[in-house]
Design a binder for this molecule. Sequence first.
Ligand code: IDP
Ligand code: MG
Length: 138
Amino acid sequence: MERTLSLIKPDAVSRNLTGAINSRFEQAGLSIAAQKRLLLTKSQAEKFYEVHQERAFYGSLCEYMSSAPIIAQVLCGEDAVSKNRELMGATNPANAEIGTIRRDFGESIEHNAVHGSDSPENAVVEIRFFFSELEIIE
Ligand code: IDP
Ligand code: MG
């Protein structure tokens, strides 16, 4: 069993797509081991995305991610990190394969519906950012 951090981003939460996105995870065999709705502060978003701080889109991304509620969740299952990345599709919805979450629900390269950890090592760090061990029930 592996864990990954998933975020349903403001664009998708505000369009009531949480259930539709969660059903993609569950149909693919990923369980939701923890889930909560939260509104990040700008500085929390900056901390979460600090690896991108040199990128041109960093300011806009952090502004966006703190603009409205998100859903944070821990997905759990075999190869959860790579399975979730496959379900998500490419960063830019326009380049994502048909049937992926970003292709079907993303609005733009920034407003692309979901975040998913990109490695098991980063998943541990990202899960710890949002959840205590007590909140994760596999
Ligand atoms: P990922 O989410 O597919 O791992 P990253 O390169 O880690 O993609 O970028 C993090 C997030 O930053 C993306 O999901 C997207 O919301 C945003 N982003 C990435 N590239 C751009 C860009 O060129 N313009 C605006 N936003 C971007
Ligand atoms: Mg990334």
